[in-house]
Write a protein that binds this ligand. Structure first.
Ligand code: SPV
Ligand code: MG
Length: 435
């Protein structure tokens, strides 16, 4: 309370202002002096996707509203630190948080403000509008290449964590874009796509040996970008001949790809998880560093990332070789390091990251837990990894399901028995938007 006027606290994200927010703030301003606790980017990202506008952009809009007296940062989804400091007489929030991921937060607010007889006021939720709805409606028209490219660095800057999943066509793009679960108080989604050389080639019935050329890759990227908005990391094998690399990265940048990963191998291409891949040769540090530099120089903007993938652990060249390469590649301009392993556990990956982080706290580290699949994301992040790629999981899910159905049709000589394994025709028609 200040000068006898009650203090009213409104926590909000305010990414896309709409009449629902205005209703809440109108209601709040009738009760007293309104302090908006504006969730920081990190606070928002802790329970849903990183906001489109950053904290300062959102703040500059909200503090212009005549119903708002002051804007303060709310650093966590949890209201308590601000409530304990400000001890508002009222907290105002739309009634929508009674259910869903914020219901726990709501209860904690009620318990806390009851200590000084504060009151929670919950105006009716304004039906038919929400920021999430607005963002997805805007995004249904697609996003610009610039927005998509910069989104990867923005997520890394806000959360330091990216969860990427393999995509290889428009349909898997839709699945990766839309998959979402509410779990342990947060909405969990994939942050980015991985255009995997393995699954992209496999989806075309081809081996993972660079037979899928840049024309096919461009076509697939466009197909995926037609129906999605999230950032994409492209697997560019070893980047191709050095004289093609600059042209290739510039093309991908123009399309709106956020990052490429190139591996430090030369010669005949084999997938790293291939059993007899040990005869693969590694590029020299000098030549691969030159390739990275050339790629960086070829880019038009500053958001696109070139990530160097180190194959030393895959090729049994040892940890020291991996670490030496990592610092050399960062020194030559790499925006990130991917360290790969085909070990069944994450020991060598964790050992690499631990030592790498002793001398480099900032360069993003990418990992691909295909063989060490029992390791949880949180353990990898805790050790200092930033990007986790589920590199081949959608195609590995689809293939056995399709084969099972094909065999059922052959066995039964009709489709009835296969039906129970299938999504209804009406769902597949609705899955892909008509316009
Ligand atoms: C891919 O997904 O094509 C990769 C990762 O390069 S791996 O298959 O593990 O080599
Ligand atoms: Mg690959």
């Amino acid at each position: 309370m200040s000068d006898g006027v009650p203090l009213v606290y409104v926590g909000m994200t305010g990414d896309m202002l709409h009449n629902g927010h205005i209703n809440i703030l109108n209601c709040a301003s009738q009760l007293g002096t309104v302090v908006v606790g504006l969730l920081t980017d990190q606070a928002v990202a802790s329970y849903k996707r990183v906001p489109v506008l950053d904290y300062n952009q959102r703040k500059s809009v909200i503090e212009q509203l005549r119903t708002v007296d002051r804007v303060v940062p709310q650093n966590t989804l949890d209201y308590l630190p601000n409530l304990l400091e400000l001890r508002p007489q009222y907290v105002v929030h739309g009634s929508d948080w009674k259910v869903g991921v914020q219901s726990g937060t709501r209860q904690a607010v009620i318990d806390t403000i009851s200590e000084w007889e504060g009151e929670l006021v919950e105006p009716d939720y304004t039906e038919g509008i929400s920021s999430t709805m607005m963002v997805s409606s805007l995004q249904s028209n697609g996003v610009s290449p610039e927005f998509r490219i910069s989104r990867m660095r923005r997520i890394l800057a806000v959360t330091g964590q990216i969860r990427a999943i393999e995509v290889h066509n428009g349909l898997t793009g839709i699945i990766a874009e839309e998959s979402s679960v509410v779990c342990e108080g947060e909405t969990r989604e994939f942050d980015a796509f991985w255009l995997s050389s393995l699954t992209h080639s496999a989806s075309k019935g081809k081996p993972d040996n660079q037979i899928v050329d840049s024309t096919m890759m461009t076509s697939t990227i466009n197909e995926i970008f037609d129906v999605t908005t999230k950032p994409m990391i492209v697997d560019l094998d070893n980047g191709g001949p050095i004289e093609h690399f600059g042209i290739n990265v510039r093309r991908l940048e123009r399309l709106g790809v956020s990052a490429v990963i190139i591996e430090d191998k030369i010669g005949k291409k084999r997938n790293s998880l291939f059993e007899d891949g040990i005869d693969q040769r590694q590029d020299s540090i000098e030549d691969f560093s030159k390739k990275i530099q050339l790629g960086k120089d070829a880019l038009v903007g500053s958001d696109f990332m070139i990530i160097a993938r180190i194959e030393s652990l895959i090729l049994n060249k040892g940890m020291d070789d991996a670490l030496e390469r990592a610092s050399a590649f960062v020194a030559s301009g790499a925006d990130g390091i991917m360290i790969h392993s085909k070990s069944k556990n994450a020991d060598e990956i964790l050992a690499f990251i631990r030592t790498f982080r002793e001398s480099d706290e900032t360069t993003p580290v990418v990992v691909v837990p295909s063989t060490y699949s029992s390791t949880r994301e949180d353990d990898l992040y805790a050790m200092g990894a930033n990007v986790i790629i589920y590199a081949n999981h959608l195609i590995r899910a689809a293939f056995p399901a399709m084969r099972r159905t094909a065999e059922t049709l052959l066995r039964e000589k009709r489709a009835l028995e296969a039906e129970e394994q299938l999504m209804p025709i009406s769902d597949i028609i609705r899955l892909v938007p008509v316009d």
